[in-house]
Write a protein that binds this ligand. Structure first.
Ligand SMILES: *Cc1c(COP(=O)(O)O)cnc(C)c1O
Length: 424
């Protein structure tokens, strides 16, 4: 089921015509469907309803405050990877008892902020990080709850830039050292070890790497229990893929069944950190056609969105479907085109080699499956203002991140006095 459908020839998000949003907010603009976000959350939560699972939405996929708030209202926890994300979660009322803090390079300031908030768990990725966290917890007179992130040495068979579970990746404590580091954590006065954590990669469309990784971490938990440690919790990370094109991601029920089968006899709490699977197909990027240019060998549809707004195609060779906002009338035959942006890079291609009905300047197009790792990865490269975001909920819509003005964009820069700036 998709919330992006044609009604009387006009593409809508739920009940709102996209052309209306474009007219009021301008383009490029991200549009999210609240119904799709809620539906995806419920599907995920239902799949795990009979297990002691805390679902911690991985904020980095889409950290807009309204998106977090929608999930928080449904009872979600969150997985954060920075103080900024932690502040977002706390701002919209996510209880600290449902917040886990991941990431290979937490600063001391970030640790303090999270310790003061009283979060559920730090996912710690190295011995030096463990020592630093122990010191910060000691200074505050508190205990830091820690799950050790283990690198299981498993190839998630996904794009190289988003495979995190291989032995050579920067992530996690090497499998071979896991028991020793758990013992070290237990010996530190201000660390309370609460279990183990893995996250092997993103956009996984096959269950077998999950099964292999879960098996490894469960085996490790058993060993630790035999050695006398409690190991009350396992955090199994995120990574479940979505369909961008013709991928067939695992059914949620099948994924849940692997979790159940792998962990049932341990009787421990489970944390999951889905990101993309909750938001990816709930968002689109809407853009206006500026020019249609006939090149020497190709036709280019030059749109007003660019790689700075949606970097996935140029960064990960990712595929995003494209739909014209006004339905094709079927009279003219489709043509083969590349959708490109205005940024001065040859890599600024949003979609290549697509069959599309004839398009002309002023037409609107929607890049699909842009709800995850879209707006959050946007930049102001080429001094293009940060792309705005809109939330649609039934017949309502609201701007949930506005487009900054050029004055705002330039306001954070200043000239030193020796170049004619103020002061000196
Ligand atoms: C990015 C990330 C996730 C979420 O990954 P998805 O593929 O979006 O589900 C979960 N956990 C950690 C530690 C991450 O870095």
């Amino acid at each position: 089921m998709t919330p992006f459908t044609y009604r009387s020839g006009a593409l809508h998000v739920e009940e709102v015509p996209i052309a209306r949003i474009a007219a009021e907010v301008g383009t490029p603009v991200y549009c999210y469907s609240a119904a799709a976000l809620r539906r995806q959350w419920r599907l995920f939560a239902d799949a795990f309803a009979d297990m002691p699972v805390t679902i911690c939405y991985s904020l980095k996929a889409n950290s807009n405050l309204s998106v977090i708030k929608i999930f928080a209202e449904l009872g979600a926890g969150v997985d954060v990877v920075s103080e900024g994300e932690l502040r977002r979660a706390l701002k919209v009322g996510v209880p600290p008892s449902r917040i886990v803090f991941s990431g290979v390079g937490k600063t001391r300031a970030e640790m303090r902020h999270a310790l003061e908030a009283g979060i559920l768990q730090f996912n710690v990725e190295s011995e030096p990080e463990l020592e630093a966290l122990n010191a910060e917890a000691a200074a505050l007179g508190v205990l830091a709850p820690v799950a050790l992130r283990i690198n299981p040495g498993i190839d998630a068979k996904t794009h190289a830039k988003i495979a995190t579970g291989k032995a050579e990746a920067k992530f996690g404590i090497p499998w071979e050292r896991a028991e020793a580091v758990y013992a070290q954590a237990s010996a530190l006065a201000h660390i309370r070890p609460v279990g183990l954590d893995i996250h092997i990669g993103s956009q996984l469309t096959d269950l077998s790497p999950f099964a292999a990784a879960f098996q490894r971490i469960v085996e490790l938990a058993r060993k630790l229990r035999t050695a006398g440690y409690e190991v009350p919790r396992l955090d199994l990370g995120g990574g479940l893929g979505i369909s961008y094109r013709d991928e067939v991601p695992p059914e949620l029920m099948a994924y849940a069944e692997i979790v159940r089968r792998s962990t049932s006899d341990l009787g421990c709490e489970i944390v999951l950190e889905p990101g993309r699977a909750l938001v990816g197909n709930a968002g689109i990027l809407v853009s206006e056609v500026l020019y249609v240019k006939t090149g020497a060998t190709k036709t280019f549809v030059i749109v007003d969105a660019a790689m700075n707004d949606l970097i996935r195609p140029s960064f990960y060779e990712a595929y995003h479907g494209v739909m014209p906002v006004a339905a094709a009338d079927g009279a003219a035959p489709p043509t083969r085109v590349d959708f490109v942006g205005p940024v001065c890079e040859t890599g600024d291609v949003l979609a290549s080699d697509r069959l599309t009905p004839p398009l002309a300047a002023g037409d609107l197009v929607a890049f699909l499956s842009a709800g995850a790792y879209g707006a959050v990865m946007a930049s102001t490269y080429n001094t293009r203002p940060l792309v705005p975001e809109v939330l649609v909920d039934g017949a309502r819509f609201a701007v949930i991140r506005r487009r900054p003005s050029y004055d705002e964009l330039l306001a954070i820069e200043s000239l030193p006095d020796w170049l004619g700036g103020p002061g000196g």
